[in-house]
Design a protein around this ligand. Structure first.
Ligand SMILES: Nc1ncnc2c1ncn2[C@@H]1O[C@H](COP(=O)(O)OP(=O)(O)O)[C@@H](O)[C@H]1O
Ligand SMILES: [Mg+2]
Length: 675
């Protein structure tokens, strides 16, 4: 604890030592704090900024140190998650089976275990009926503890599927511990060669493994603390383990938990009344009632941007109890069309390790078809718990793996209490059918009465003259987004007694609204470079505008209804078109400068985005006009995709939808449209 207090004092935040202690954050955890964690500490903005900067510096130091260490291959101190897997009851089994058969059993066991480990970590040693694995060495990942536990769950399942030739089921025991160790030089010869790992952690992992029951995973306290909420863990009390003077707390991992989305679409958004759409809503409700009675189905909701697809979905999800944890909205994004399963991983980060390409390019058999199938099963299980609709928004931007997942879901929902709702613009709409349980609902423009009612509701206490009303109705052509924005533009920009005209297009209306407040416009422009969804912290980090103006601008945008607050200091442009238009109002040099600052900020953050979303960095560097810096990220994204192409072709064969189709990987244009 003193380490932490010293460090805080060093950056002028000594006063907050108690806050850190309350949250059980110690010095060793510091490099692992995410921006979200820092936000949750509830510090004032000044302190938050200082802390984020100091954390970035701390991580930079770590990264530089460990890279250098890797090159020298000398002894190094680092955090490591150690896992021991042991085949249970191997001794009685060996007594019953002849040696050759026992050899086969052990080989099958080792294959199953090492197959799972090599996807997520490093197999350090094979010991007959035991396997030792490291997570965090030779390469550290942001989420090594999670990777270890995810691997452990997969191992438990894989081993449970094995049988001895005499029909006995196999089972293993697993122990996992995390802590600082010193990884030393290579010792030994040939296959027996290994790196020495010094510290109490390996011993603790071995003791935990001994304490585990059949098929159980026992983890240490530090590992549990690093897991976050992605897993269900049960406390087993304290136990005195061999070689330990004090009792040690033990935790048992039960299963992986799907996390709730960080971007709930309800609760935070105050929606006005919905006009028209009675027939559409009735169809949707009917499909939902059928689903609840066990005859699930899919509704593909199509229509142009701003027509009201999301609004209609929200009308249905509003019927579902607000606290139903199974309600999920998976949002596709144009920035991540080349990142497999991006919408799902974004909502459930715990799934990331599951779909990562295997380390070292090894192709584990079995993983190919299984991944999409496993995700589909998980999602259906999750939706069935509510039950609640499963919503995929803006499928025109879905990556191909997600589309394949959707096809699996469309097939699978029929016998479940799940309703799959997919929204899409008409251009780029995915082909999901034909299937008897799939209904396509194409949204038409609002009719005259509904459009007039929406206009009147938007104008509220500032009724417009019939000249303006008719003008807006004629220009907006029944598209609700246009009706809202044009009406607000007139109200917000009408000078007392002055003459104005209705803006000719949606773009003109939005520009007029933004122009009414320079701070609002500046912040909208900065945020639009990040993307439709952005973190408040990122805006503060990259902005070249004084902080109080930023705060003022954000508040104004929120007040004007152009931004929605989602969660955790996260904002979202009300509509993709709003983000586009703010973006397009920027002059190129400034736009490039902002993209450069965003790219640098993301690079300075450890792990996460840089690693899992190389396409994001490629996009920002291209948009910054620095193709040379974009290229490596672009190549990395393409590499991931190539790996997935292979997997997906196999999946396509499996689904009999004809594989072999090559996914084009377009190089982003230098100034791509964000949305
Ligand atoms: N029938 C409706 N009644 C009232 N407001 C609507 C209606 N349909 C859409 N809106 C509003 O119009 C805007 C755009 O709708 P949205 O659902 O986001 O469009 P889409 O998802 O099709 O692009 C939103 O502010 C939404 O609340
Ligand atoms: Mg929408």
């Amino acid at each position: 604890m003193t380490d932490l207090a010293d460090w805080l004092a060093g950056i002028g935040l000594a006063n907050y030592a108690a806050t850190f202690a309350e949250q059980e954050i110690d010095f060793e955890l510091l490099p692992l704090l995410t921006e979200g964690d820092v936000h949750d500490l509830g510090l004032p903005i000044g302190a938050r900024r200082k802390l984020l900067a100091a954390l970035a510096a701390l991580r930079g130091e770590h990264a530089v140190r460990s890279e250098a260490a890797e090159r020298r291959s000398e002894a190094e101190r680092r955090q490591l998650t150690v896992m021991f897997v042991d085949l249970a009851q191997s001794t009685p089994l060996a007594l019953r089976l002849d040696p050759e058969t026992m050899g086969d059993v052990l080989r099958a066991f080792q294959d199953a275990v090492t197959g799972e480990i090599s996807r997520l970590g490093y197999v350090a040693k094979l010991m007959g009926d035991g396997v030792l694995a490291y997570f965090g060495w030779p390469r550290a990942n942001e989420n090594d503890a999670e990777r270890a536990v995810a691997a452990a769950l997969a191992i438990t399942e894989a081993v449970a599927r094995l049988e001895s030739p005499t029909g006995e089921k196999l089972a293993c025991r697993i122990g996992i511990a995390t802590g600082m160790v010193v990884v030393g030089e290579l010792v030994g010869q040939g296959v027996a060669q290994e790196h020495t790992v010094v510290g109490p952690t390996p011993n603790l992992a071995a003791r935990l493994q001994e304490a585990a029951g059949l098929g159980e995973i026992m983890i240490a306290d530090m590992t549990r603390r690093l897991l976050g909420s992605g897993f269900i863990v049960e406390s087993m009390g304290d136990r005195l383990l061999k070689g330990h003077k004090e009792p040690v707390p033990l935790f048992r991992v039960l299963r992986q938990e799907l996390r709730e989305t960080r971007f709930p679409t309800r609760g935070t958004v105050d929606l006005g009344p919905m006009f028209g759409r009675e027939a559409d809503l009735a169809l949707l409700r009917n499909a939902w009632e059928q689903a609840k009675s066990g005859r699930g189905g899919t509704v593909l909701l199509t229509g142009e941007a701003g027509i009201g697809k999301s609004r209609l979905v929200q009308a249905l999800t509003g019927d579902v109890a607000a606290d139903n944890p199974a309600l999920q909205v998976f949002q596709c994004s144009p920035l991540h069309r080349e990142n497999p399963f991006w919408p799902v991983v974004r909502a459930f980060p715990a799934m990331a390790p599951m779909i990562e390409p295997p380390a070292g390019g090894s192709n584990r058999r079995g993983s190919r078809h299984d991944i999409a199938r496993t995700i589909a099963d998980e999602l259906l299980r999750f939706a069935g718990r509510g039950p609640a609709p499963l919503v995929f928004e803006d499928a025109q931007w879905a990556d191909r793996a997600t589309i394949d997942l959707l096809r699996l879901l469309v097939e699978a929902v029929a016998e479940t209490p799940a309703l799959l709702i997919v929204t899409s613009r008409i251009r780029g709409q995915p082909r999901l059918g034909p299937t008897p349980s799939l209904v396509q609902l194409a949204l038409a423009r609002l009719d005259g009465a509904a459009a007039a009612a929406l206009l009147a509701a938007t104008a509220g206490r500032h009724p417009l003259s019939s000249r303006f009303t008719n003008d807006i109705l004629a220009r907006s052509d029944g598209v609700p987004l246009f009706i809202e924005e044009m009406t607000k533009a007139i109200i917000e920009t009408t000078p007392a007694g002055g003459a104005v005209t209705v803006p000719a297009t949606l773009r003109d209306s939005l520009v007029a609204r933004l122009d009414a407040s320079p701070t609002m416009k500046a912040v909208a422009q900065i945020a639009s470079c990040i993307g439709r969804d952005f973190a408040e912290a990122m805006v503060f980090q990259i902005a070249d505008v004084p902080q109080d103006e930023l705060q003022e601008g954000l508040t104004a945008l929120f007040g004007a209804g152009l931004l929605l607050a989602t969660s955790d200091g996260q904002f979202r442009f009300k509509h993709a078109l709003v983000c586009d238009i703010a973006y397009e109002s920027l002059l190129t040099p400034r736009r490039q400068k902002l993209h450069q600052r965003i790219a640098e900020a993301i690079e300075a953050m450890s792990g996460g985005t840089a690693q899992n979303e190389p396409e994001t960095l490629a996009h920002h560097w291209f948009a910054a006009g620095q193709d040379g810096r974009a290229e490596p990220y672009w190549l990395r994204a393409r590499h991931r995709l190539a790996h997935w192409q292979e997997q997906l072709d196999a999946l396509a064969d499996y689904l009999e939808i004809g594989g072999g189709e090559v996914i084009p990987f377009p190089r982003p244009a230098v100034s791509p449209k964000i949305h």
